[in-house]
Design a protein around this ligand. Sequence first.
Ligand code: FAD
Length: 473
Amino acid sequence: MDRNGIQEGSAQSDAVGELAEMLGPRGILTSPQDCARYASDQSGLSGVLPLAVLRPATTEEVSHILRICSRHHVGVVPQGGRTGLSGGACSPDGVVVLSTERMSGILEVDPEAMTLTTWAGTPLETVQEAARAAGLQYPVDIGARGTATIGGTIATNAGGIRVLQHGMTRASVLGLEAVLADGSVVSRLGKTVKDNSGFDLKQLFIGSEGTLGIVTRAVLQLCRHAPQTALALFALPDHAAALKCLAAARQRFGARIMAFEGMWPDYWDFVCHETSLAAAPVAGRHGFYLLIEIEAGSGGSEEELEAFFAELFEAEVVEDGVLAKSLGEMQALWRVREAVGEIDEDFGPHINFDIGVSPSELGRFCDAADALMADMPEVRGALKVGHVGDGNVHLIVAHDGSAVAEERIEVVIYGLLREWDGAVTAEHGIGRVKARWIAHSRTPEELALMRRLKAQLDPLGLLNPGAVLSAAD
Ligand SMILES: Cc1cc2nc3c(=O)[nH]c(=O)nc-3n(C[C@H](O)[C@H](O)[C@H](O)COP(=O)(O)OP(=O)(O)OC[C@H]3O[C@@H](n4cnc5c(N)ncnc54)[C@H](O)[C@@H]3O)c2cc1C
């Protein structure tokens, strides 16, 4: 047996040998030192050292890889930037990792069709910059933009801070190329906006977390770049007031609301007072905090947001607020919200819930969760921050570090979620971490249909084994 656990003369060893020959030295990593960093993503789940890391540079190579792996019955875990928070890119025992890191680069920007064609391994930020250079915008935006890839964001149907205005990633994918488990390539990279000729097959690969096919290229729909925006932070008495703000903002600004992000006082106090992750932009204690960003209208966006604040203040919906007057002030306001990506070390052992419920019920759901957790001695604290307009809260629950505590907290929170008919993951995906909870959000009939699709497209179960649909759910 070699250091990656491959038995000499086994199907695995034959597969790795054939893959090495086909890909050449730049296209494969086999030493444990090189492979180690590809075992896990950002979920906290520890993956197993893969048999090899494959680094194809073309769709054709991906197709060859899958043909070889099918022939030898070797599982394949697709990987982009490994920023995933659900363990979907973590490697289980006995698989190869297929990294898209060499399939990177923009292929075309078409300013007239407002499209951008790209390789799947291109970082999201590179795509955003290329769109901006053409005077346009790619609206998907997440904190991990520098490392997350287009393929990863498509595979997880990433959400983020612009969903209210532009929808999830799904809404911005016009064309897609994917390779199936048997190596066949399904390619539709046209820029046709309207196409009702049969099933919209690209949707199978968007959000299926690498379990139905490997995304190799994509045509993305760009949108107009908002030349001027205004950003404000409002302090409010509670989440109910945030909903009043949202309704009023929709009446007033319509589709010009770019972001509507909420922070509960537990999160605010932790980030601004208990740690030095961010500076508090408003003083005093309040029951809820909102970040609102709008696109400029005809009246000058700052003035509009100021007038909006004044009206809500008068109506006693808003208690305090601050309007960003410069790029630096905008960054300082966003800093409070984006610090969620850095709380890890300071908060101790914790569970990251990524919960979705109806936006109108989000506040009541969080109150119900807080009430249940107040009676649980194993809970050491909870922080709540999220996309208020989308009904999506990132609930971060610290515990005593034991597996028993983790299990009990998950049972309680996902049990509550089931009663509220919510989603066990609103945007991060099921991956491996949440695979056993999927039945809390999906009916037996839905799960049966998912299994039938999986069996049809990947009868040997080689694509991302154990992710999304675990054997146990
Ligand atoms: C600081 C931080 C902030 C984040 N903020 C958000 C947020 O606001 N919203 C949000 O939705 N997510 C967020 N995430 C989670 C993560 O960034 C997204 O899930 C992102 O889409 C993952 O992209 P990736 O390239 O890193 O994919 P990976 O982590 O490498 O993979 C994710 C999943 O996609 C599959 N996959 C990857 N590439 C391909 C491909 N080419 N074909 C088929 N399957 C593939 C993998 O097998 C895996 O199941 C955040 C993560 C961090 C660390």
